[in-house]
Ligand binder design. Structure first.
Ligand code: MOS
Length: 753
């Protein structure tokens, strides 16, 4: 095994508070010098390479594989198929909880979606393994693939977002619509989007008896450890997961995927360490995606411009064999006040891989439809779309009736509108042109995302040399967890960040919880803070109860920790270093544990969300229909900002995904075969720099201590939610054509002339 550097390069020395500082990435130098080891960078002695063979049909069964030809290829060590795949302790099709997904682990010959793994070739080199896969030349018994939500009967799912009810209602929507003086009804379609983080799913697996060490990217190491333990029938503590860096996750690495487990099985089969990396085109199937939706919204507005009814119906697709249902209607629960709201979901089973969480699952798809419909309602009411939103946003979460901090939303609208220059925007569409004659449009969208928390633990240690350690099995997907969490750790320990050893990213550390739901900084951060406070309390107890200490008699509450010293609060001339306190007590170190979790009492009373407002400018070629987003300005209230640099980068990333949602991203399925036709990053369009010339993300001050002790909300996902709708609404303002199908393409705008 390669020696794994668990501790990061020391950060720049800085004195005073770390929280709130725009510190650069703690692991940045390692990354730019190529020394940060991503999973696939590991090459243990004796390692073999495994390559997946995947199905080219979407439905049917594998009739034959030329295993002999593959095995005869020089360098091929073995071919894993249904015939020789090592036995598992658990059926991969078993489902013990809604969070356990069925996996394709060569349990039979059936094919349930295109790109499903059907064999694994293991070889001395990746080239030999790849060649071996080509030699398998599979033959299939194909059945007609069901590829559209219109091909099959639909059903009302038992749950959306795995565990939430599929329908929610308050008031009477039909009578609300009857009473309205203006009403709209519109249907919007969103496409399948497939997970494509820069780093595809990869694993290096090494067995030692019934002990397993894996290098693999994970957004939830303890969950993955539990899943592997169940599948292989070994104790979780026998499994070490190392996941210090992820090249993006976005939800796709939240739960262990089938290909990762196949890498572990391959290592078991050949009795040697094995590396398996999912090829880019294989990402379109077995690792989850954002499913297509068709959403119908009906909105009623009274003479004063207030909503009288909001009805949001979602039809979506899921796989034939599992139950992830995109919760797109939930966007309408939490943003706009209306005496009557109804959100409902129906689903259809087609021959695709099971969908999964994808950055802002539910809210991303749902809010683009909601924000477009709200814009259409504003138009029907003859109102400016910003004013319309400002008089309709809810002070109380409409469905639950719980108050929430939507007041910060007013500040977001005002701040972003001013920065963007919204004033003077003509109400009617197609009124603005630039010097080149391009049509110019401005649009607005409201951003919202729940402020969730999971559970996490951390361990803090003070050492007799004046340094400290914070340990937590947290996950850095690239968002900056190594940095932001270390900032919290340094402040909680009262240490300069340069003498803090921050350890993270492996499963043998205290459980850092899940990096998902935009809740990682809040969850792991509060665990770290509580561990730091706990060890300082112990240290203060040692000092204040010791007659030889200048702090004797001050009591815990009377001491403050800063820069490696304890000070009397009422007399800062009396202080003592941590080193002296530990030395006199004869201790080489002192440690304590802490926890982070949601405060159920407070969550029973208050609804908790981050909010924001995004303004977009687009330019449209009036002859060709080509659309470019030229300017985006967003303002967000997301509680306490730990590191403004990382936060800005998260928000900008989310906003760019909003542009992607509105104008670029689309998995095109061949209706005849059920295969994704653009399963590569050349034809699966995502925005590049030239597609988004100017993006600004601002944060608005918000102090919310109800949400958790540190007042952290989260910024990972919210950036998409207002942006996609703002871009779509800007397209309308430029052209007079209402986008109803995403991404908006030039052909959708042909009717403008
Ligand atoms: Mo996120 S879709 O919870 O990683």
């Amino acid at each position: 095994m390669v020696d794994f550097p668990i501790s990061q390069a020391p950060a720049h020395q800085r004195h005073g508070s770390n929280i709130g500082q725009p510190m650069t990435r703690r692991e940045g130098v390692l990354k730019v010098t190529g020394r940060a080891t991503y999973a696939a960078d590991n090459n243990p002695d004796g390692m073999l390479h495994a390559v997946l063979a995947v199905s080219s049909i979407a439905r049917g069964r594998v009739a034959a594989l030329d295993i002999a030809a593959a095995k005869a290829h020089p360098g091929v060590v073995d071919v894993m198929t249904t015939a020789n795949r090592p036995k598992l302790a658990m059926d991969p099709d078993a489902k013990e909880s809604p969070f356990m997904f069925r996996l394709d682990l060569l349990q039979n010959e059936n094919v349930r979606y295109a790109n499903q793994p059907i064999a694994v070739v293991i070889a001395e080199t990746i080239e030999a393994a790849t060649e071996g896969v080509a030699l398998l030349a599979p033959r299939y018994e194909a059945e007609l693939a069901r590829t559209s939500m219109d091909d099959v009967e639909s059903f009302v799912p038992k749950a959306i977002r795995l565990v939430s009810p599929p329908e929610a209602r308050v008031g009477d929507v039909e009578s609300g619509l009857d009473q309205a003086s203006a009403r709209i009804e519109a249907t919007y379609e969103t496409p399948g989007q497939y997970h494509n983080p820069m780093e595809p799913h990869s694993i290096v697996a090494a067995w030692d008896g019934d002990r397993l060490t894996i290098d693999t990217p994970s957004q939830g190491m303890i969950m993955a450890q539990g899943r592997i333990a169940g599948l292989f029938g070994i104790p979780p503590e026998n499994i070490l997961i190392r996941s210090p860096y992820l090249g993006g996750g976005f939800g796709s690495k939240g739960l262990l995927s089938g290909p990762q487990v196949l890498g572990i099985l391959a290592a078991q089969l050949v009795g040697r360490p094995v590396k398996l990396v999912v090829r880019r085109e294989q990402m379109f199937g077995p690792v989850g995606h954002r499913p297509a939706t068709r959403q119908t919204l009906r909105i009623g507005v009274d003479g004063e411009g207030h909503l009288t009814a909001l009805d949001h119906h979602v039809k979506t697709v899921t796989s034939t064999f599992d139950d992830f249902i995109e919760p797109a209607g939930e966007a309408s629960h939490t943003l706009y006040a209306s005496p009557a709201i109804s959100t409902t979901h129906e689903a259809a089973r087609i021959d695709i891989g099971t969908p999964l969480f994808m950055r802002a699952p539910g809210e991303a798809s749902g809010s683009i439809a909601l924000e477009c419909a709200i814009d259409e309602a504003a138009k029907a009411a003859g109102m400016d779309p910003l004013v319309f939103r400002m008089i309709n946003y809810a002070e109380v979460e409409p469905i639950s009736g719980k108050p929430f901090s939507s007041k910060a939303l007013r500040a977001c609208y005002a701040r972003a509108a001013e920065r963007f220059g919204w004033e003077g925007r003509p109400l009617a569409p197609r009124q603005m042109r630039d010097d080149a004659g391009l049509l110019v449009g401005w649009g607005v969208g409201t951003a919202t995302f729940p402020a969730v928390m999971f559970e996490a633990q951390a361990r803090a240690t003070l050492r007799d040399d004046g340094t400290g350690i914070m340990e937590i099995g947290a996950h850095d997907m690239g968002q900056g967890a190594w940095t932001a969490l270390a900032q919290i750790a340094a402040d909680s320990l009262g240490l300069d960040i340069g003498v803090l050893d921050f350890r993270s990213g492996t499963s043998d550390l205290p459980d850092g919880g899940i990096a998902g739901g935009s809740g990682h900084t809040a969850t792991a951060g509060n665990a770290i803070n509580s561990a730091g406070e706990a060890v300082i309390a112990k240290l203060a107890e040692l000092a204040t109860s010791d007659e030889q200490s200048p702090l004797f008699g001050a009591g815990n509450a009377g001491v403050v920790a800063r820069g490696g010293r304890l000070y009397r609060r009422d007399d800062e001339s009396r202080s003592e270093s941590y080193v002296d306190v530990l030395a006199r007590a004869g201790l080489s170190k002192l440690d304590a544990e802490g926890k982070g979790a949601a405060d159920a009492a407070s969550r029973n009373v208050y609804a908790m969300h981050a909010h924001g407002a995004v303004f977009a400018e687009v330019k449209v070629d009036p002859d060709l229909g080509q659309i470019r987003a030229t300017r985006l300005v967003g303002a967000f209230a997301a509680g306490r900002i730990i590191n403004p640099r990382m936060v800005e980068s998260q928000l900008i990333g989310g906003m760019i995904w909003g542009v992607s949602f509105a104008l670029h991203e689309h998995a095109a399925m061949d209706r005849r075969t059920g295969r994704i036709m653009n399963a590569n990053l050349a034809e699966y369009h995502v925005p590049v720099n030239a597609d988004v010339p100017s993006v600004e993300a601002l944060t608005v001050y918000e102090k919310d201590t109800l949400v958790n002790p540190l007042g952290i909300k989260g910024v990972g996902e919210i950036g998409i939610t207002g942006s996609a709708g703002a871009v779509a609404n800007a397209v309308w303002h430029a052209t007079g054509i209402r986008p109803r199908r995403f991404p908006v393409l030039p052909d959708d705008l042909l009717a403008m002339n």
